[in-house]
Structures are given as structure tokens and as C-alpha cells.
Write a protein that binds this ligand. Sequence first.
Ligand code: NAD
Length: 267
Amino acid sequence: MPRPLSSWSGQRVVVTGAARGIGAAIAERLSTLGARVVISDRLDEQLHETAERIDAAPITGDVGTEAGVRAVVETAQAVLDDIDVWVGNAGVAAGSGLGAPEHDWDLSWQINVLAHVRAARLLVPRWLERGSGRFVITASAAGLLTILDQPAYAVTKHGAEAFAEWLAASYGHRGIDVHAICPQGVRTDMYPGPGEDPVADTIGHDGTLAPADVAEALVKTVSNGDFLVLPHPEVKDYFALRAADTDRWLRGMQRLQERIDEAGAQR
Ligand SMILES: NC(=O)c1ccc[n+]([C@@H]2O[C@H](COP(=O)([O-])OP(=O)(O)OC[C@H]3O[C@@H](n4cnc5c(N)ncnc54)[C@H](O)[C@@H]3O)[C@@H](O)[C@H]2O)c1
């Protein structure tokens, strides 16, 4: 179990994928709580606008390669002197259906999984030396459950969540605190709005949250010292059902897929 953190004041924080969406909301919330925040993204212009708005330092970079992650980590270390909290939030939802091309699987693997592994390889040795460090991964409810129509997303978000668990299990007793953020729908550029996508329309938009709700859930969960950040609390019940009665859970997912098929959205 991660050690609770009640005050963010003076914490040196890096948030990736923070030009917009959930990353920007997390960075903004932590900045208002007194953290020193570096934000990173490959969207240079939007990143600089957000940085100015929320009082953060921008680092333009691509976390889709090993060299890109190294550049962000090293530049952030130079800006902040040292990093206390890494929020690996950049992510992609690439490809749909069984026909999703190799390129989308590879992109998803590089950004949704390997970016976290690469950042941890650089940060954890230093954190072990000093006896503390906090690694946060924005996974998804799709990483605890699944997401229909997006197999590369479901599989790589399971990978992200699995890596977060592995880090926590391996280094928790040596001062490394880990959290996995696992929301369902959040109203960002990644999540299609009403009328934009038949799958999202069938699943429904009612339960979607604002990015600021995810940021608030993170702050609350970190202060409680829990591993899983669940902005949609019902995800805990679905996760428990999936474990306790996998067939029943799968039958529920199949019924949902049937509704999507009936709506003509099968790809
Ligand atoms: N929106 C949702 O419904 C939802 C639900 C669960 C989890 N998530 C996860 O939340 C995280 C943030 O997504 P969001 O919803 O804010 O969407 P978003 O598309 O608005 O934000 C993702 C950000 O990551 C950046 N990014 C992508 N690839 C990058 C790369 N290679 N290098 C640097 N930056 C890169 C994008 O430029 C973008 O700013 C993602 O990991 C996503 O999978 C989103």
C-alpha cells in the first residue's frame, strides 16, 4: 500500500500528456496545491498555452520512444533539480476492431506501456537511493476490465495496470509509492462526444466525468494511500465481479456487444 501524501506543497512533479485533457487537469490541480509542476507533451503550442495558464514549466517531447522518454526525464530533472512524483499520463486510443493494423498495436504498446517502463528504469534507481519516489500511471478502467471495439487499447492498458502493480509489489517496501488511475469515460479529445461514435453512443455518455474529477480523485486517493484511483467508483464492483464470476461478467459484456451490433456499429 502506498504511503499517504497529505500535502503537495513543494512536491516536484512531472505530468506527461499534459497539454490538454486529464493530464492538464492533474497538473493544474497539483499546481494549485503548491506542487512545482513540469508538464510535457508532443503538442508544442497547446503545451505552452497550458503551462502559462496553470503556472507550470513546459517540456515539449515525445514519450513514444526510449530517447524521447530519456529527454523528458533528464530535462525535467534539470528544471526541478530532482523529481518526487512522476505522472505517466500520455496515452493513445489507436485502432478499432480485430482489423486494427500492426501500426496501431505498436503505437499503443510504445506509448501506453513502454513509456512507463522506460521512465521507471530512469527514475527508480535514484528513488531507491534516497528512499522515496511516487510513480503514477494513468491506465484506464479498460485495464481492469476491457473496452469493446478497441483491442489494442484494452490489452495495452492491462499492460499499464500490470506494470503499476509490478512496480508496487517490487519496490513498495523500499519507499516507492505507486498508483494506477483507472477511469471510465472522461470528456476529453480522446472520448467521442454524443453522435460521434456508435459504440460510445450505445454504451452511453451519462457516466462520463470531467478531467477535473479525475484530478480530484487522484488527490483524494493519494491522501488515503490507496493504489487504485477509481474516479468511477462502480469500477470496483465490476472488477470484483470479473474476478469472482468471470463468465457472468463476460456474458454482460457480450450482451453489450450485441446491443452495439444491433445499432450497426460492428467493425
Ligand atoms: N478520456 C477517457 O475517457 C479516458 C478514460 C480512461 C483513461 N484515459 C487515459 O487518460 C490519459 C489521458 O487521456 P485524455 O483522455 O486526457 O486524452 P487526450 O488525448 O486529451 O490526452 C492525451 C495527451 O497525451 C499526449 N500524447 C499522446 N501520445 C504522446 C506521445 N507519444 N508523447 C507525448 N505526448 C503524447 C497527447 O498529445 C494528449 O495531449 C490517457 O492515458 C488515456 O488513455 C482516458
